[in-house]
Design a protein around this ligand. Structure first.
Ligand code: IYR
Length: 234
C-alpha cells in the first residue's frame, strides 16, 4: 500500500498550538460519485421571485445561518451579521423602503444598457416577496470590528468573506428544500436604519426565504459550459 504523506513544516506559534485535523475519508470512487451528485443538486437551484406564505420552522433558518457561519474568512474574523426578519410589520417597512429606492432606480438611475441586461429576468420595482416570504435574511458586512475597549479593529477581505459565507447560506437554503433570491435593493443603507445596525455594519445582500408560490416560473437561462469557465494548465 502506498501511503501518501507529506510532512509540512510551517511556523506554528507555540502560543497558539494547533489540533489534529479529522479528515472524513472516502474512496476516489465515492469522491467522483459525490462530486457528480452535488453538481446535479446545485444545478437544480434557481433564484426565485415568487414566494408562498407557507411557514418555515425557525430551527431550519437557524441551521442555515449556522452553515453560513462555517465559511472561511479573512484572518478568521467572521465579519458577518445575519439579521433574520419574520415580523410582518418590519417586513412591510422594508418592502416600502426597498420599493421606493427600486422605483427610482428603474425609472431614473439605471441605464438602458442595464435595463436591457435585466429584461429576460422580468423584474421591476415591485417587490411583494419582501412581505410574502416568511423570512428575510439581511447579511451585514462588518467593515471593521470593535474591541472590548471600544477601539476599532481592522477587518481583512470582508467582501470576499461575505461572498463565500452568503454562498454557503444559499447552498444551505437549497439543501433544506427552500428557495431564495439574492436581492440587492440599491442603495441599501435604509436596511441599516430600519434594523438599527451599528455604524460598522454595511448591508451586503437581502435574501427572502421560503417556499416557491405554486405557479412559480423562472427565466429560461443557460449556464456557461465548463470550457467557458475553466482553463486548465497541465
Ligand atoms: N436591484 C434591482 C435590479 C436588479 C439588478 C440586477 I444586476 C439583477 O441581477 C437583478 C435585479 C432589483 O432587484 O430588481
Amino acid at each position: 500500500m502506498i501511503v501518501h504523506t507529506i510532512i509540512v513544516t510551517s511556523k506554528i506559534p507555540p502560543e497558539y498550538p494547533h489540533i489534529p485535523f479529522k479528515h472524513v475519508k472516502i474512496t476516489p470512487e465515492q469522491s467522483l460519485t459525490k462530486s457528480k451528485e452535488f453538481l446535479d443538486f446545485m444545478g437544480r437551484r434557481r433564484s426565485i421571485r415568487f414566494f408562498s406564505d407557507r411557514p418555515v420552522e425557525f430551527e431550519i433558518i437557524k441551521n442555515i445561518v449556522r452553515t453560513a457561519g462555517t465559511a472561511p474568512s479573512g484572518a478568521h474574523q467572521q465579519p458577518w451579521t445575519y439579521v433574520v426578519v419574520s415580523d410582518p410589520e418590519l417586513k412591510k417597512q422594508i418592502r416600502i423602503a426597498a420599493e421606493k429606492e427600486e422605483k427610482f432606480s428603474y425609472e431614473e438611475r439605471m441605464t438602458d444598457e442595464w435595463l436591457q441586461a435585466l429584461a429576460r429576468l422580468g423584474t421591476d420595482w415591485r417587490k411583494p416577496f419582501l412581505e410574502t416570504a416568511p423570512y428575510l435574511i439581511i447579511a451585514f458586512r462588518q467593515r471593521y470590528g470593535i474591541n472590548d475597549d471600544g477601539s476599532k479593529r481592522t477587518h481583512y477581505y470582508t467582501s470576499e468573506s461575505m461572498g463565500i459565507s452568503v454562498g454557503f447560506l444559499i447552498s444551505a437554503i437549497h439543501n433544506s428544500g427552500l428557495v431564495t433570491l439574492t436581492h440587492t435593493p440599491s442603495p441599501m443603507n435604509f436596511l441599516r436604519k430600519i434594523l438599527k445596525r451599528p455604524e460598522n455594519e454595511a448591508p451586503f445582500v437581502l435574501l427572502p426565504i421560503g417556499y416557491p408560490a405554486s405557479d412559480t416560473t423562472v427565466p429560461d437561462l443557460q449556464r456557461k459550459a465548463l470550457n467557458n469557465i475553466m482553463i486548465h494548465f497541465s
